[in-house]
Design a protein around this ligand. Structure first.
Ligand code: PLP
Length: 443
């Protein structure tokens, strides 16, 4: 009898027993490549000795001291490290326990910033994008733009969403050759519709993750977005909960667009799954506005910035730097993208293979030429995910028709420690899984 209230109540769950490096082992001793690092979290792989050592050392000192009342050496060290690594004058780290708490914090910071800067109480609305994921709490879900929000719409904040930067299915029906980045200009259209005096921020994932399978915006995208935000006095919130800390081949994913946001939301990769942690990295100017204004920002969550999670994150970030894992993410990610494009694209049901660094996505279609998606009820991505498990590969579960229209996708986001040899092993296992799926499944 299993009394766990699972997310999906009508299927069985593989019982994971232990992990080692890029591999997970179930209770029957079967080995799997953890090709999604849990949920793009376990960026250093499993049972990393340096992180375990840091955990034990901190546990022997103090595990919990309340951030609302006390500071600690690990949080100060972490904030210093992050300030050095983050772009521009993004120097101030506000700590919470996870990604949804981070995007909720950013939402509140944006509203409070305009209140404190010049008493603009009307500037509170947050614009986001369709095909996005910013978390499951009510504010975060309001900003999210995918099927997860549907059941809860009456509970959500009535915030506007703009078109996604989704080149494979350009919402403006453009090809790469004639792209004029309308997806970025769509922000201006919605700002004008809302009235800039009502808009506090625009939030976007630098590289889209859970709702879309690694969609990468065009080269000019964030420059145009930044210009629009500046012109209308709107904060740019960069949600790097998934993409941050090396996942896309730079320490912060936005670096590739040479743009400096006002707030960066972080979580997953910062503590690499060894302890729950999230945060918002804020521009010094925002911090100073709060300091000189009300002198506080109240978004306390009991476990936010506890010393154990912070000590873990210090060890994680140092390991990323010392072991050159951001460069490895770029190198092995490029290898994986090239190989997977070459070897998976020939399958008739593979529409697109894409991504950046070690954040990769595969989109499945019923018809390659028309890009017609499969029927939602077929659950194609989920079935393929199950077949891959039989071949020893765990991918980020198929998003299966994320918005009811746009096809099945899944994510690959292996630990950043993956070697080229292990990447070869992953590609071979995936090709075998895709071949079996092709033979067995009749659509
Ligand atoms: N933002 C992004 C971009 C995410 O990918 C996620 C989680 O996948 C979240 C926010 C929410 O993070 P959490 O699950 O830690 O609440």
């Amino acid at each position: 009898m299993d009394n766990v209230f699972y997310r999906n109540l009508n299927r069985s769950y593989l019982e994971i027993d232990r992990g080692e490096g890029i591999y997970l082992y179930d209770t029957h001793g079967n080995r799997y490549i953890d090709a999604c690092a849990g949920a793009a979290v376990a960026n250093l792989g499993h049972a990393h000795p340096r992180i375990i050592e840091a955990m034990v050392q901190q546990a022997n000192k103090v595990v919990f001291s309340h951030l609302s009342r006390w500071t600690s050496a690990p949080i100060k060290e972490l904030a210093d490290l992050v300030a050095k690594l983050a772009p521009g004058s993004l120097n101030k780290l506000y700590l919470v326990s996870g990604g949804s708490e981070a995007t909720e914090a950013a939402l509140k910071m944006a509203r409070q910033y305009f209140l404190e800067r010049d008493g603009k109480s009307g500037k509170y609305r947050i614009i986001s994008r369709w095909k996005s994921f910013h978390g499951n709490t009510i504010g975060a879900l309001s900003m999210t733009g995918d099927k997860r929000r549907k059941k809860y719409v009456p509970l959500l904040l009535d915030f506007p969403h703009i078109a996604p930067a989704y080149c494979y299915r350009c919402p403006f029906e453009k090809k790469q050759e004639n792209c004029s980045v309308e997806c970025a200009l769509d922000l201006e259209r919605v700002v004008k519709m809302e009235g800039a005096e009502n808009v506090a921020a625009f939030i976007a994932e630098s590289v889209g993750g859970a709702a879309c399978g690694a969609i990468v915006p065009p080269a000019d995208y964030f420059k145009i977005i930044r210009q629009i935000c500046d012109h209308y006095d709107i904060l740019l919130i960069d949600d790097e909960v998934m993409a941050g800390f090396g996942r896309t081949g730079t320490m912060f994913s936005i670096e590739d667009w040479e743009v400096i946001p006002d707030l960066i939301c972080v979580a997953k990769g910062m503590s690499a799954g060894y302890a729950p942690l999230g945060g918002v990295i804020a521009q010094e100017e925002i911090y100073n506005t709060f300091k000189q204004g009300s002198g506080s920002f109240v978004h306390g969550h009991t476990y936010g910035g506890n010393p154990l999670s912070a000590a873990v994150a210090v060890a994680v970030v140092k390991t990323l730097v010392d072991d050159g894992l951001v460069a490895n993410s770029r190198l092995v990610g490029a290898y994986l993208l090239r190989e997977l494009k070459e070897k998976l694209s020939p399958f008739w049901y593979v529409g697109d293979v894409r991504g950046k660094g070690m954040m990769l996505g595969v989109e499945l279609v019923k018809d390659k030429v028309t890009k017609e998606p499969f029927l939602v009820s077929l659950g194609v991505a989920e079935k393929l995910t199950q077949t891959l498990i039989k071949h020893g590969v765990i991918v980020y579960p198929g998003t299966g028709n994320a918005d009811g229209e746009n096809g099945d996708q899944f994510l690959l986001a292996p630990p950043l420690t993956m070697t080229i040899q292990q990447a070869e092993e992953l590609v071979a296992a995936m090709v075998a899984g895709f071949a079996e799926f092709e033979k067995k499944i009749a659509f």
